[in-house]
Design a protein. Structure first.
Length: 126
């Protein structure tokens, strides 16, 4: 781990890596939907946490994007435009251990696009 990165910078770096991984995986002919969606959720989660860190907000250890987003909205009302990301929460744990996903390739590509758009917005606020 790079000791020169502070916590926020590390979250941002890892969020970018997660979205880049999702974007790379969807280019493969036999990509795992669950893994792609997991990386989308993780990118957005880490982005929200980076924003909260920038606002000096102590956030809970959670994968629940609704909880994190609510804290972000308290600091910046423009985060209300990201309400769609709350649907990504199940991609953190549930699909990794319990459920499987059966979406079309186009739907997964759209989710990756939405996650990238959300992350770009979030990081612009950090």
């Amino acid at each position: 781990m790079n000791e020169h990165l502070n916590h926020r910078e590390l979250l941002i770096k890892k969020a970018k890596e997660d979205i880049e991984t999702a974007e790379s995986l969807i280019k493969l002919s036999n990509f795992s939907q669950e893994i792609v969606l997991f990386h989308c959720q993780q990118a957005v989660e880490k982005g929200l946490k980076a924003f909260l860190d920038a606002q000096n907000v102590i956030y809970p250890k959670t994968h629940d994007l609704e909880t994190l987003l609510s804290s972000c909205i308290e600091k910046d009302k423009s985060f209300e435009n990201l309400n769609f990301i709350t649907s990504f929460t199940p991609y953190a744990v549930e699909i990794r251990y319990e459920e499987t996903v059966s979406l079309s390739t186009e739907e997964v590509v759209d989710i990756v696009s939405q996650a990238k758009e959300a992350l770009d917005f979030i990081l612009s606020k950090c």
